[in-house]
Design a protein around this ligand. Structure first.
Ligand code: GUN
Length: 271
């Protein structure tokens, strides 16, 4: 459904010409198997909606300066509207330097400090894809978070922190929990909404959640080739009013939001 929505938005009229919002460059460095799957899925969905996507796969030993030079070239290309560098990067490459090099106008991940600052004050062009997808999903199911207790488990720049800000913007009372949080269960047991992005398989168990809670699972943990979320789905499902599965829950929404951000980037760059 979300992909079809993006496909419709992707066709726009510029100077009386119908154009397709194409031009997403996805860079992957190294052989991380999970990243390879994510990038393949992004490419597949881009193809499905007719975007012109380029996947640039670089070897593990790529030097930071080579990567920065590539981003610089993509920043200047008029046919590329969005640039995404798949994270994590190999240890010898400074992620901040990479993110800072992406032109904020093409930063469809919304990771550049300029875009993060805009989000902080509620005046933004792009939202980070995973939390934005979660907010769209809550809206789709008419789940209002206003006045509700929301616990976000995980404080990453990709999910936890922006998720908390977006929930706050919708008037939720938000707690951010993380690996050093004491008595986590006391917090989650009170929560109307729990978003978990901590990267530990089946971390949230039935005894940690309130009857009727909304549970959003961002985790993707691969154990012996099988995917598990951060939630013990089979047991927590019995208590939750809504719960997202892994795979097939938040993941596809993330890509839909990436495509939407690429459309936005295209429109902004063609104004
Ligand atoms: N790695 C895991 N999630 C993401 C994401 O949303 N964007 C990028 N660039 N890398 C990721």
């Amino acid at each position: 459904m979300a992909l079809q929505l993006v496909a419709v938005l992707a066709i726009i009229v510029v100077d009386n010409e119908i154009r397709v919002a194409h031009g997403l460059a996805v860079i992957i460095v190294g052989e991380d198997p999970a990243s390879q799957v994510y990038v393949r899925n992004k490419k597949k969905d881009c193809d499905e909606v007719g975007f012109n996507s380029e996947v640039i796969a670089l070897p593990e030993n790529t030097e930071e300066k080579e990567l920065l030079a590539l981003i610089d070239t993509l920043n200047k290309r008029e046919d590329i509207h969005g640039i995404l560098v798949q994270l994590p990067l190999p240890k010898h490459i400074n992620e901040d330097a990479v993110i800072n090099t992406i032109s904020p106008e093409k930063d469809v991940d919304a990771f550049h400090p300029e875009n993060v600052g805009h989000i902080m004050i509620g005046d933004y062009t792009f939202l980070p894809c995973t939390p934005a997808g979660i907010m769209e999903m809550l809206k789709f199911y008419n789940i209002s978070v206003a006045g509700k207790k929301c616990v976000v488990i995980g404080r990453s720049n990709i999910v936890g922190k922006p998720m908390a800000l977006m929930l706050l913007e919708k008037n939720a009372t938000v707690t951010i929990a993380h690996s050093r949080t004491k008595n986590l269960k006391e917090l989650t047991k009170e929560a109307d909404v729990v978003v978990v992005a901590i990267g530990k398989a089946k971390f949230v168990t039935e005894d940690m959640v309130k009857e009727g809670a909304v549970i959003v699972d961002v985790g993707i943990n691969r154990i012996d080739g099988v995917l598990y979320g951060d939630v013990d789905f089979e047991n927590v499902e019995k208590k939750a009013s809504y719960i997202t599965p892994v795979p097939g829950g938040v993941g596809p929404l993330t890509i839909a939001m990436l495509l939407l951000n690429t459309v936005t980037a295209f429109i902004e760059q063609n104004k």
